[in-house]
Design a protein around this ligand. Structure first.
Ligand code: ATP
Ligand code: MG
Length: 442
């Protein structure tokens, strides 16, 4: 097998071997090379103890980044490389962290503690590929299979359940049935996990190229950590506007959004309030009146519960809250003034995705949202009036006109801005002053 290694990685491996230790690249980077993908990082493992790694790289920059897990970080050629001593994890009494970490001298022992067979391969230019669980076969078949007994492995560390969902979303792997059954059985034990670790895996899941497929196959794993979303499954949408039920519509919407965190979360959550707002006409037609507000509340609850950043919470709230509001060429400037260009772009991308996931006659209109993004960009580039500061009159001019100093000045400026944004006035000093004069009865 041809296994290209960046020069700093090859250097680190050969230096460790020269010092009399075994050294391999391991985990995600081996999997990615087997899949024909460019790894985004290289993790190394070695028979050397951390202090021996230090000795071996005397004169180089070596940081003690995770000493109690046996990890040091070598900065080689500007590239940070994590080097971890072979381990065999001890028992897990809390389902989260091993009670003890035992160093080992065998690569096979180290691979045994890893989560999935595709992640349990190691490679070294000296020793070749070490693949005791047929990770190559798993990559070929695009299958995620737990190393060893899945019930035992998920029992040791419940995060592996979410990691399975994450890898299936990132790699497009199907989860092996026995592994999937164990995930399902032990899903309730994820309640012990720290919210930050859950959030990290969910973020990576949503950013995955195959996120809709992964969530379609394992919805209950998501619902085990976000129970607020469970009612979305099997909620019908009997209207001419929709072709899918609520959950399938949500998955399709995710698939149509760019892989950016606020958009992916907004797509997941935009219709989460529908299940509780559904009402039915005599003929069965469904309505979801007021659902964006309820969805925005559910979004707040989910994201703050996961301790996501305030910035993400606010962005998703705004997008969900306004996803159903009408934006058109006539009110675009007003929306831009209210939300700013970056948020406006995201709102229109969400609307594009949402519409694309409707019935064909609605989906056919979706490209209008993309055209509006271009218009919004042109408006900003042309220096269109978007805020009070952009008005061609200021407070001083209004006072000179006879507006009493104090809150009336701000009120009048806001009113003038509204006139401009809604197209009732041009942003020209004489027009604005005339309007202001009329308004205050001069
Ligand atoms: P990515 O490409 O997303 O970084 P990765 O496979 O490198 O994927 P990491 O989370 O960086 O995933 O973990 C590196 C390796 O460590 C994994 O490939 C796996 O072998 C092992 N690993 C990480 N977390 C666990 C865990 N909770 N249980 C068992 N093995 C794990
Ligand atoms: Mg990694």
């Amino acid at each position: 097998m041809h296994f290209p290694l960046p020069a700093p990685v090859a250097f680190a491996l050969s230096r460790l071997e020269a010092c009399g230790h075994q050294a391999y690249v391991v985990g995600g980077c081996v999997r990615d090379v087997v899949l024909g993908k460019q790894p985004h990082e290289y993790d190394l493992c070695t028979s050397a103890r951390p202090e021996e790694v230090h000795l071996c790289f005397a004169g180089e920059r070596v940081l003690d980044t995770g000493l109690k897990h046996g990890t040091v970080t070598l900065i080689a050629g500007g590239m940070p490389l994590e080097i971890t001593t072979f381990r065999s994890d001890g028992t897990y009494s809390d389902g989260r962290r091993p009670d003890s970490v035992r160093f080992s001298t065998s690569i096979e022992e180290d691979l045994k503690r890893r989560d999935f067979t595709a992640n349990a391969m190691a490679y070294s230019p000296v020793h070749g590929l070490v693949d005791p669980y047929d990770g190559v076969g798993a990559c070929r078949d695009r299958r995620l299979i737990a190393v060893g007994d899945p019930m035992e492995r998920f029992g040791e560390d419940a995060l592996r359940i979410l990691r399975a969902l994450r890898f299936s979303a990132a790699l497009g792997f199907e989860i092996d049935p026995i592994t999937a059954r164990a995930m399902q059985a032990l899903a309730p034990t994820m309640d012990k996990l720290s919210r930050e670790r859950v959030a990290r895996e969910l973020n990576l899941t949503l950013l995955g190229e195959y996120a809709p497929q992964a969530l379609r196959l394992s919805p209950h794993i998501l619902f085990a950590v976000l129970p607020q979303l469970a009612p979305m499954l099997h909620t019908p949408q009997r209207t001419r506007m929709h072709r899918w039920d609520l959950w399938e519509h949500t998955l399709q919407t995710i698939g149509f959004t760019p892989r950016e965190l606020p958009l992916r979360w907004a797509a997941l959550l935009h219709d989460s309030g529908k299940a509780s707002t559904a009402s039915y006409d005599a003929d069965g037609t469904t309505h979801f009146r007021g659902h964006p507000l309820i969805s925005a509340r559910i979004a707040d609850e989910c994201l703050s519960g996961l301790k996501q950043s305030r910035q993400l919470q606010e962005a998703v709230h705004t997008l969900v809250r306004h996803h159903d509001d009408r934006v058109g060429p006539d009110n675009l400037q007003k929306w831009l003034s209210r939300l700013g260009l970056p948020m406006m772009r995201n709102l229109l991308l969400l609307q594009h995705a949402d519409l694309s996931a409707h019935a064909p006659q609605v989906a056919a209109q979706a490209d209008r949202s993309l055209a509006l993004i271009q218009q919004a960009e042109e408006l900003v580039a042309s220096g269109a009036c978007l805020s009070i500061g952009d008005l061609k009159v200021d407070g001083r001019a209004l006072i000179a006109l006879g507006v009493p100093e104090g809150p009336a000045v701000g009120d009048t400026l806001r009113w003038l801005l509204d006139q401009v944004l809604s197209g009732r006035a041009e942003n020209q000093a004489d027009q604005l002053l005339a309007l202001a004069r009329e308004r205050i009865g001069l």
